[in-house]
Design a protein around this ligand. Structure first.
Ligand SMILES: [Ca+2]
Length: 493
């Protein structure tokens, strides 16, 4: 609609801010704060609470017991940039023309015209802050400061840091998109995840206590490069030796030419996960110390599944079993992610098994904080507030979730789309139109294709998925990010 009727879109934006300004009259510290912790590539089996016995995550495990935990939460996409764009706008990534991770120099970026979470909260009088990985465009005009985040730290121009160690750059003489800014005073031994958390805590301490805040802490961890504090890596080397001896890491085949790690045993990756857990604990402790915890919504999730599958002979650094494959794929391992949310003043601890998605965060946070109920531009997410309050929500129970990834990926993935409705999961190849159908109730690992046995179900879901793709994708030539030869292997971001 926005592209065909720009005046209507402008009217919609004006209506949004008019609604927000009404809400502003009641703005103040009584409104809840928001802390959104977005982790990069953290898998659904990486935390102790999700079944890991190799990675140690005591702080997240303890918080999970007092939070609302979703068992069937999905990233909007199996790779970074599309999920991040969907998180900020509640729109399916293909509506935004971001259907792959954004390659340096590609010119792909989140359009300035999109209304982001940052802009919605800033317009409502919130102090807004963004730290860490952005990956939604590399120009100054693409920076979080241009999307409603007034304060930022450590935002580089690419999908990963040059290094997790100072000086956070590859070259002393030449600037690159991977350089992480703002930490020039870091000392040898400092670590990026620690510094980002310290900056977030500094923001909390220096904020105006009379106004609520919206803080997004988007860690570069646990994405490549797999680097962690040496002492912690040594701890996990010893743990690996004690548990597995010298036995080689077992692998499984997720698809022809793709190799998946079949057990968690990477010492450096495990150390990154434990360090992340320690830092989430530091942030929660700061909220307690500043007496902010009760009236702050804290959200914790990941932008895609764990990296376990790669094209070639070596697997990725983690294992998502019992979920199939990982980052880059539309199997459960690529899109099912951890999700915790808490607001102690309002919501009781519970476990929710209804499927939900990154696209639901915008309407959930906006409704929970009482900002507005705008529906313009059309958003694809659904507010989770009723579920978080312990009520049933028929609309949420009846809907389907879907994914569209029309590109090849260094994990071995070839263009595909997927749909989940209730117990059923359909995966559709976009190269040869073959489909796979799985019953997640009896086969959560997606090992038994039921498309022949349940052919009527397969036809119905395939038609539903194709209709959704046609309704949401951008049609203008070149609008889908980085369309390349699907047969060409591509580097990992
Ligand atoms: Ca990612």
């Amino acid at each position: 609609m926005g592209r065909r009727f720009p005046w209507l879109r402008r009217l919609g934006i004006a209506a949004l801010f008019a609604l927000i300004s009404v809400g502003l009259q009641g703005a103040g510290p009584s409104q809840p704060n928001v802390v959104l912790v977005l982790v990069d590539d953290l898998g659904r089996s990486d935390l102790g609470v999700d079944g890991s016995t190799f990675h140690e995550t005591p702080r997240l495990d303890a918080w999970a017991r007092s939070a609302v935990r979703f068992t069937d939460f999905y990233s909007a996409h199996p790779v970074c940039s599309p999920t991040r764009a969907a998180l900020l706008t509640s729109r399916a990534p293909q509506r935004l023309g971001i259907t792959d991770w954004i390659h340096p120099g590609s010119g792909v970026a989140l359009a300035a015209s999109e209304i982001t979470l940052g802009e919605a909260f800033q317009a409502a009088g919130y102090q807004t802050a963004y730290l860490g990985k952005w990956h939604l465009g590399e120009l100054d005009s693409d920076h979080p400061s241009q999307h409603g985040f007034a304060w930022s730290r450590g935002v580089n121009r690419a999908g990963q840091p040059a290094s997790f160690f100072p000086p956070f750059r590859n070259s002393e003489t030449r600037a690159t998109v991977w350089d992480v800014p703002d930490f020039g005073s870091a000392q040898p031994g400092d670590y990026l995840t620690d510094l980002l958390t310290s900056s977030a805590i500094s923001f909390l301490e220096a904020r105006d206590p009379q106004r609520p805040f919206f803080l997004c802490l988007a860690h570069y961890a646990v994405h490549t490069p797999i680097q962690a504090p040496p002492g912690l890596v040594e701890k996990y080397r010893a743990k690996r030796q004690a548990r597995f001896g010298d036995s080689p890491t077992p692998t499984v085949s997720a698809a022809p030419g793709a190799v998946s790690r079949a057990r968690q045993d990477d010492p450096a990756y495990a150390a990154m996960v434990e360090n992340l857990d320690t830092n989430v604990g530091r942030l929660l402790d700061a909220l307690d110390r500043l007496k902010l915890r009760d009236n702050t919504l804290v959200v914790f999730t990941s932008d895609n599944g764990g990296l376990c599958t790669l094209e070639g002979k070596s697997p990725g650094p983690t294992c998502n079993l019992p979920w199939r494959s990982g980052k880059g794929w539309n199997y459960e391992g690529g899109i099912r992610v951890p999700f915790l949310i808490s607001w102690p003043a309002r919501w009781s601890a519970r476990t929710v098994s209804l499927p939900a998605s990154t696209t639901d965060l915008y309407p959930t946070l906006v409704e929970a904080c009482g900002l507005s109920s705008n529906q313009n531009p059309p958003r694809d997410g659904h507010s989770l507030v009723r579920v978080l309050e312990g009520q049933s929500d028929p609309a949420l129970e009846q809907r389907f979730l879907a994914w569209y990834y029309p590109h090849a990926h260094g994990s071995g993935h070839r263009p595909s789309a997927a749909l989940r409705e209730g117990r059923w999961k359909l995966i559709l190849s976009l190269t040869d139109a073959r489909s796979e159908l799985y019953d997640l109730t009896t086969d959560p690992g997606e090992t038994r294709d039921q498309s022949t046995t349940y052919s009527e179900q397969e036809r119905r879901l395939r038609s539903q998925l194709q209709t959704w793709i046609e309704a949401t994708r951008v049609r203008s030539p070149g609008a889908e990010s980085v369309p390349r030869d699907p047969a060409s292997p591509r580097p990992q971001p």
